[in-house]
Design a protein around this ligand. Structure first.
Ligand code: ATP
Ligand code: MG
Length: 404
C-alpha cells in the first residue's frame, strides 16, 4: 500500500522539537545509508504539540549493524533484539522494522514480545518492511513515522486522519488485536484519557466484549500499565474510561464492586486522582506506594474496620487489610512486595497522627516514613473534612521543625 506522505512544508514538526540525542542517532543511521525514522508515540505527540516522553527510532539496520555503529549501545531483548543507545540522561530505543507476529505465536502473555531462549536462532521473518512495522502497531495514531531523510511524515494506517478526528482506532480487526494482546484495551483507555480522544465505536464495542481477556495478560505487564495509567497526568479521565468500558472490573475486581455500591466511595477515588494529576502537572514525583495507598486508601480503611470489628487490633488490622487486598490483586497485576509493605506502612502509621504526644511526635516527624504517611493523612483528612485539630497540630509541628 502506498502511504500518505506529508512533505516538510505541510506539517509543523521541526527538528528543534526532537531531542538532540535522537537527532544524532537518526543522522548517523542515515549517513551510513540506512532508513531512519522517529516512530510511534513521539510523532503523534509532536503533531499534537505535546512533549513526547521519549523518542523511539525505527530503522532497516539490524541490531548488530546498529551496535557496530554506536559505541554507547546495548542490545536487549531475546527473540526481537532492540538497541538501547545511551546518552547522558537519555536512552534512544532503536528497533529494526518488525514483521507481524506469526499467527501461531499470538498468545496472551508477555511472551508475545520475547519468546524463545537466549541465543535462539532468529527467524528470518522477525524483521519486516516499514509498512509491516507500522501495521503491527496498536492504534492508527501510534503508527506514524518521521523521516529524517526529507523531514516528511509517513502514514501507512490513516493515523493522520484519526489525529484530526481525535479518534483512537485499532489497526486491523479489534477483536483479533485485543485477543493477541489484551493489554491493548487498557492502552486504548489511556490514550483516549490522556489525549482527550474518543475510542472508535468498533474498538469500544470490542473492549466491552473482550474485557475479561485481561485476566490472560501477564501480571508484570499489567503492573507496568497500571502505573502508566495513574502517572500519566490524566489519571481521572483514564479512570473514567476504564469504568465506562467495564475494564476496571477485571483489573481490580473487589475494589470496583466496592466502589459501585456507594457514590461517595467513587467520589473519593476521583478526588484522589485529581490530586495525582495536579502533582504530575507540577512535575512532582509521586512514587507507586503513595499512589497505591491513596487510590485504594478508602477501601483499605473499610477492610481494616471490618477486621477491627471482629477483634483485630487496629495496627494489625491496617496492615492485614492492605496485604490481603494487594496480594490478592497480584494474580493479575503483580504489585511488588516492597510496594505492598510501603503501603501498609503508610496505612498503619495513620494511627500515629491520632494521638499526638510531645517527644514521640517529634521522633515520628523525623522518621523516613513520615512524609508519605503525612501526605496521605492530609489528603484524606481534607477530603473527608475530619481530623481538623490533629491536622493543624502536625502541620504546625512540621513548620516549626523545618524553620528551626
Ligand atoms: P507514551 O507517550 O505513553 O510512551 P507511546 O505511544 O510512546 O506512548 P509506548 O508504550 O512507549 O507508547 O510504545 C511505543 C510504540 O510502540 C507505540 O506508539 C506503538 O506504536 C507501539 N506499541 C506499544 N505497545 C504496543 C502493543 N501492545 N501492541 C502494538 N503496538 C504497541
Ligand atoms: Mg513511549
Amino acid at each position: 500500500m502506498e502511504p500518505v506522505i506529508l512533505k516538510r512544508p505541510e506539517h509543523h514538526v521541526s527538528r528543534r522539537d526532537i531531542s538532540s540525542a535522537a537527532i544524532k542517532v537518526l543522522y548517523r543511521l542515515k549517513d551510513e545509508g540506512y532508513t531512519a525514522y522517529i516512530a510511534g508515540g513521539a510523532v503523534r505527540d509532536l503533531l499534537l504539540d505535546r512533549h513526547p516522553k521519549d523518542f523511539d527510532v525505527a530503522t532497516n539496520a539490524t541490531p548488530e549493524q546498529i551496535r557496530k555503529m554506536f559505541r554507547n549501545c546495548r542490545l536487549i531483548g531475546r527473540r526481537f533484539r532492540l538497541a538501547h543507545i545511551l546518552f547522558r540522561g537519555e536512552i534512544i530505543e532503536t528497533a529494526t522494522f518488525r514483521a507481524p507476529v506469526p499467527e501461531d505465536e499470538t498468545i496472551h502473555s508477555d511472551k508475545i514480545f520475547s519468546t524463545g531462549e537466549e541465543g535462539m536462532v532468529m527467524r528470518d521473518n522477525v524483521f519486516g518492511t516499514p509498512e509491516e512495522d507500522a501495521l503491527r502497531r496498536d492504534f492508527t495514531v501510534n503508527a506514524l513515522f518521521y523521516n529524517i531523510a526529507d523531514f516528511s511524515i509517513i502514514d501507512y494506517a490513516d493515523g493522520l486522519e484519526d489525529l484530526e478526528k481525535k479518534i483512537i482506532r485499532v489497526i486491523g480487526d479489534p477483536d483479533t488485536r485485543f485477543t493477541e494482546d489484551p493489554v491493548r484495551m487498557i492502552r486504548a483507555a489511556r490514550f483516549a484519557g490522556t489525549l482527550g480522544f474518543e475510542i472508535e465505536e468498533k474498538a469500544y464495542d470490542s473492549i466491552c466484549r473482550n474485557k475479561d481477556k485481561l485476566a490472560l495478560a501477564a501480571p508484570s505487564r499489567m503492573y507496568e500499565e497500571v502505573q502508566k495509567l495513574f502517572f500519566c497526568g490524566h489519571a481521572k479521565e483514564v479512570f473514567l474510561w476504564l469504568e465506562k468500558s467495564g475494564l476496571l472490573h477485571p483489573m481490580f475486581h473487589d475494589f470496583s464492586h466496592w466502589i459501585d455500591e456507594d457514590k461517595a466511595r467513587h467520589d473519593w477515588v476521583i478526588q484522589t486522582l485529581e490530586q495525582m494529576d495536579r502533582w504530575r502537572k507540577a512535575d512532582l514525583r509521586v512514587h507507586p506506594s503513595l499512589l497505591f495507598a491513596l487510590v485504594f486508601g478508602e477501601y483499605h480503611e473499610f477492610l481494616a474496620q471490618q477486621l477491627i470489628d471482629s477483634g483485630t487490633a487496629p495496627h494489625d488490622a491496617a496492615r492485614e487489610a492492605v496485604h490481603k487486598h494487594l496480594q490478592g490483586i497480584c494474580d493479575h497485576v503483580r504489585v511488588p512486595k516492597q510496594v505492598i509493605y510501603q503501603v501498609s506502612d503508610i496505612m498503619s502509621n495513620q494511627l500515629r497522627f491520632g494521638r499526638p504526644k510531645g517527644n514521640k511526635s517529634t521522633r515520628f516527624l523525623h522518621h523516613k516514613a513520615f512524609p508519605d504517611a503525612f501526605l496521605y493523612f492530609k489528603i484524606s483528612s481534607k477530603a473527608h473534612k475530619r481530623n481538623k485539630e490533629s491536622l493543624a497540630y502536625w502541620t504546625d509541628l512540621r513548620q516549626q521543625n523545618s524553620s528551626s
